[in-house]
Design a protein around this ligand. Sequence first.
Ligand SMILES: [Zn+2]
Ligand SMILES: [Zn+2]
Length: 774
Amino acid sequence: MNTQSNRERYSVEIHGIVQGVGFRPYVYGLALRHNISGWVLNSAIGVLIEIEGKAEHCAAFLRDLQPQAPRLARVDDIIVKPIALKGGRGFAIRRSRGGEKRTLISPDIGICAACLADIRDPQNRRYCYPFTNCTNCGPRFTIIRDLPYDRALTTMADFPLCDSCREEYLDPKNRRFHAQPNACADCGPRLIYADWKDGEGQGRPLELARRQIATGGIVAVKGIGGYHLVCDAKNEQACAELRRRKYRWDKPFAVMLPDSAAVRRYCCLSGAEEELLTSQRRPIVILEQLVDGEKVADAVSPGNQTLGVMLPYTPLHYLLIEGFEALVMTSANYADEPIIYEDEAAAALLHSRSDAAGVDALPRLADALLSHNRAIYRRCDDSVMLCVAENPLFIRRSRGWAPQPLQINDCGRNILALGGEQKNTFCLTRGNEAFLSQHIGDLDNPAIYTVFKQEIDFYTKMFDSEPQLIVHDLHPQYLSTLYAATEIGSLPKLVVQHHQAHFASVLAEHHLSGPAIGLIFDGTGYGEDGCLWGGEVLVGDSAGSRRAAHLLYTPLPGGERAIDEPWRMAMSCLFAAYGEEELELQAPAGLLGSDWRLLLQAMNAGVNAPLTSGMGRLFDAVAALAGIGRYVNYEGQAAVMLEQAIDVTATGAYHMELSEQNGVSLIDWRPLIRELMTDLRRGAAIGEIAARFHRGLAAFCAEMCLRLRGDSGLNTVALSGGCWQNRFLLDACRKTLTELGFQVYFNSQTPINDGGIAYGQAAVAAAKVQKGEI
Ligand SMILES: [Zn+2]
Ligand SMILES: [Zn+2]
């Protein structure tokens, strides 16, 4: 019998998230099990394998390769080619190769159960070691300097492995085989403690930090993608002090609770919410607090029925939280600035900050610092999610997801989409992959704009995608528009309107190529007529749409400032509903600010009063009229308060009317305002008003879609824009439209707010290229 004739050899190329997830040891083990010889290595395009063995063994190996892959891996593509036999014995893991960069970088992954058991086991050599990790968990994206993913190209390069760690690292049967951040107390990173008064202090850093928190202090703790400010979430005084120092008055802080059992004592927790919360990606999940449940300090989430909760995701978090019921964990930054991730900047948190004139302008943010000597190479904020009827929704897609690509149609060109101005993310494409960046922030802050530029450079280099087409927003003053004008050179550029980008983001996520109805509701985005759009009904597809209807325009008195002072929008809406003579008479007591007459004059003269059709602004007006949120200090606060005020037992709904004007349907909300005012005068409760407003809106959406279906036969509805973060509205609309036989889609893999704009812009560009329009 000729055994040679039964032997085969193959080269296997695997693309996807296959580095830093234990893929090579997995391949090694699989090869041993199937009696295969050959080798595996990491290259910049992914994982390369050559296998040789009996035909049936090779077939079995190839059959099992994908289905049994490690949990954290994502195999996009396997290319198998038969090649000439080479012979040889045994299976080897070979040294990594550079070359063309096609591989994907794994996001940062929370500690796995096995590593958690290690740090809790007094017999284990990693007992209480805060930097424990393995191929199934640990930092990735935030420590990678370049590809391929190898220790030498991460911030772990400074830590030579000790003998024990090296043994694990080289043993293909070990869970830490080629775990690049592998370390132990003998060879790995160490904790560092410093306090604002005494410097380093005597004792173990972890204990000193815990004592500081226990006695009401605020500690800056170095995490995965940056520093957190941490204090005891049960300590009213500490939480209030943190607010004072951050100049952050109402916007809720996130808390870390030890486990899901603890979470259940404070909040309602559905199956989908628990799944998100306990997933290794470890986002902050916004949960409904139990009415009669345990409470954190009032200052954590003042006047708010929800609580942003996350579970520990690093060994250090687990060690830190022991003995505490709940910790506040908020990004270490000054208002609107990027999260601090460098040690020097973190050390400065212990001192008050002087302004240009040398005056102490800002108090010290932290009383102490719990840091370590493993550098963070790039910042990455915590991700934030919520669930609507068991559907996960991104408020912020960042740590745990970035830079994992989303799918997009391959149009043959690399696209760089620059995103919006607020909650900016950008999106770089390569073939059918769309790399949506981690949360960057609001670009109008100079420090954030710098990060934006740096990260774009990094992404183009890391994913080896030289942009061939730039997409930016229509707004002439956005910094992303400026960037496109000044930093890009002669590359072709495409301008995409804000709400079209929102619309396309949903269509692209769900691979919908046909025409659809888009209900795109958000605060404001620059419209094609120069007005501030935001209550938009679009009909079309990713490449383009027509504005089938929009909210009746009304002036935004004082421009952007009206966003912080919703009473201004309320005044504008009263003006529209009743006219100037009746305005003062109709206005609820205490609504109008002292300068209202001046504002009204300016508004009438068209001075600093741009016209808006923003749905978010209508929410502002209604909230202010109802007596909540006449002044707000974070974006969307009035809408959040209005949603939380809903009395679900209340009946009735306010009305809006459609009228035609130059072929566009106008959504006239003035009847709604008048009905609301009638309710107010008869002393209706806020809960009733809030319920009627939301119900009216949902009913109107249904009416609108039915009309459009009658005209066009369209049966698909896409929902996007920041207003859909409103759980009540989203759920009510989804239900009503589904009952009417519509197919309803909304963003589930990209933020439904402006954090998803960049992906939508890229989708518009890809669709236009494919249609030959550009
Ligand atoms: Zn692990
Ligand atoms: Zn070691």
